[in-house]
Design a protein around this ligand. Structure first.
Ligand code: ZN
Length: 77
């Protein structure tokens, strides 16, 4: 999914991404029921706060270029 828009009338519009990209899980960590159905972790790191893919040029302690957070986690493929 590329974007989810909440419309003024309360409905949702989903904009699909042309190709799946590595990103954060949308399932809370305490909810293990759907864990087997999730895609497997990838090599890619993403920002834990906003999901931005970590640029190759940044080090492990460098801040996220989008939100300045310094918490990187393994993305789901
Ligand atoms: Zn971020």
């Amino acid at each position: 999914m590329k974007r989810l828009i909440i419309e003024p009338n309360g409905s949702f519009t989903v904009i699909e991404a042309p190709e799946a990209q590595p990103g954060l899980s949308i399932i809370p960590t305490w909810d293990t029921a759907f864990e087997p159905q999730q895609s497997k972790p990838s090599e890619q790191l993403v920002c834990y706060r906003c999901g931005t893919i970590k640029p190759d040029a940044t080090g492990p302690n460098d801040p996220c270029p989008t939100c300045d957070a310094q918490h990187w986690v393994q993305a789901l493929a």
